[in-house]
Design a protein around this ligand. Structure first.
Ligand code: NAD
Length: 480
């Protein structure tokens, strides 16, 4: 592919010119990013509405606001982040100095996702720019209006020689993945994550994989009715209130003790009615299913008669408009696809347990999730969740909000991905930390050199164990 190789060569030339490393370039691009979202708010609203039926409030909360906040934060911190940090050295090395100097990887590939086509494409870009990289940005073809908007508008704001947007589908992804990159940042499914990692292995390219999985919510007990109202809002918000459940950190299923299940379902029903009215199909506050592939996949999850029988709320489908009603299922079979695959849509299974402590074993029987949510006031139970499970994040008594905390790393573990970003973690994700050690020519440690003898062995053992004694022995060693 002549065109792609030429584009890549041009971007690499820009990187090699050293321009993107300067603080001035980084700051100018971050400022331009802030201007980009401010100037284009209406166009972004329209594009997100077109692709996903995303309401402007949701669009601002989950996309525009996230990008503006990240860019502003990076702008205020980038100087500090890129300043080399002093490292501690053993006294044995005296006189010497150590530093850790972040350097950009080079030319990086960012592959965005369709469900949050603005924030999950531009948020990693902010990290890449802050770290001084040149970038090829590949928005998802499954949000075509947003992808075209980014391809058309980004070059008007950001340095077009260092940051290029390439549109295209799977064939273009394949061609991009055949190239040699200095870093690949991918957001998407585990299936494509494997393809990305296999391609990266050919060039030993480092990768960040922001994948998905089944994120559970644990509901410990329902004692206070006011708290239950808040919990219901937070569960509904995390299932239907952000891209209609098509979010990597959406609640996938809820675990609750059997005796609380009907109260939970009742509260969820009431909350959904408040949020989306009698007919959610007419609501402007709920996103549509993003594409036919996802719609068909979701229909397939509902096809199983035992799954159908477990529906306690919703369940209606309109194939023409690709609408799936917000749906609650009570105890669908644990070996059905809906409980073995990531749902990524507006279906919420509730699984009842005899004792909420069993939730830990339940979660551990599945691959490590990107997020665990737990509604509990029991400090001992919180500690058990933290120490006995593994996940990208744990959020107690709320949902989704961990995503917008710049001080927290965002990323998965195990099959939910690896690498992390947000705030300083984004900068780190796109930087190599170069170790720098400077020494003088005196004193010279003779025992580090042959010929070996027992004294030198003892010296080296002591030097590793106790630096001070090592230094004294060094002086003795100098005499030998
Ligand atoms: P996907 O992995 O199917 O597609 C992602 C992109 O990869 C596509 O836009 C396409 O351009 C490319 N692609 C698809 N098939 C390819 C192939 N065979 N070879 C090369 N490239 C290919 O994912 P999706 O359906 O767009 O997103 C759903 C998944 O993404 C879910 O699992 C979700 O949890 C995850 N996700 C994770 C995050 C996160 O931040 N961790 C965010 C959003 C989505």
């Amino acid at each position: 592919m002549e065109g792609l190789e030429g584009t890549l060569a041009g971007v690499r030339e820009t990187f090699e010119s050293g321009r993107t490393r300067s603080i001035a370039w980084r700051k100018s691009q971050l400022k331009a990013m802030i201007e980009f979202v401010q100037d284009n708010e209406e166009k972004i609203f329209k594009s997100l509405d077109q692709d996903l039926g995303k309401h402007p409030v949701e669009a601002y909360r989950d996309e525009i606001g996230v990008v503006a906040k990240s860019a502003k934060h990076a702008l205020s911190c980038v100087q500090k982040w890129m300043t080399p940090k002093k490292g501690n050295l053993p006294l044995l090395f005296f006189p010497a100095s150590a530093q850790v100097m972040p350097e950009p990887f080079g030319v990086v590939l960012i592959m965005g996702s369709w469900n949050f086509p603005i924030s999950l494409t531009l948020d990693p870009l902010i990290g890449a720019i802050s770290a001084g990289n040149a970038v090829i940005l590949k928005p998802s073809e499954l949000s075509p209006t947003c992808a075209s908007f980014l391809a058309e508008t980004i070059p008007k704001y950001l340095d077009p020689n260092a940051i290029k947007v390439i549109e295209g589908g799977i064939d273009v992804c394949h061609q991009l993945l055949q190239q040699k990159w200095d870093k690949i940042f991918f957001t998407g499914s585990q299936r494509v994550g494997r393809i990305v990692m296999t391609a990266a292995a050919q060039h030993l390219t480092p990768v960040t994989l922001e994948l998905g999985g089944k994120c559970p919510a644990i509901l410990d007990s329902i004692s206070n009715p006011n708290n239950m109202k808040v919990i219901a809002k937070r569960i509904v918000g995390a299932k239907w209130g952000s891209c209609s459940g098509q979010a990597c950190i959406a609640i996938d299923y809820v675990l609750v003790e059997e005796k609380f299940a009907s109260c939970l379902i009742d509260s969820l029903r009431k909350t959904m009615k408040r949020f989306y009215g009698e007919s959610p199909r007419e609501s402007k506050s709920i996103c549509k299913i993003g594409n036919e592939t996802n719609f068909k996949r979701l229909l397939n999850l509902l096809k199983d008669p035992l799954v159908q029988a477990s529906i306690v709320h919703g369940g209606s489908v309109d194939e023409e408009t690709m609408f799936i009603e917000p749906t609650i299922l009570l105890n669908p079979p644990l070996d059905s696809q809906i409980m073995t695959e990531e749902i990524f849509g507006p279906l919420l299974p509730i699984i009842t347990l005899d004792n909420i402590q069993e939730s830990i074993e339940f979660i551990n029987s599945k691959p490590k999730p990107l997020a665990i949510y737990a509604f509990t006031k029991d400090e001992t139970f919180k500690k058990q969740i933290l120490s006995k499970t593994s996940s990208g994040s744990v959020t107690f008594n709320d949902t989704l909000v961990q995503f917008i905390c710049d001080s927290l790393p965002f990323g998965g573990v195990g099959q939910s991905g690896f690498g992390r970003y947000h705030g300083k973690y984004s900068f780190d994700s796109f930087s190599h930390e170069k170790a720098i050690l400077q020494r003088g020519f005196f004193p010279e440690l003779e025992p580090r050199y042959p010929p070996w003898n027992n004294f030198k062995l003892q010296f080296i053992k002591l030097a590793y164990a106790f630096n001070y004694i090592g230094l004294i022995l060094l002086l003795l060693g100098l005499k030998n």
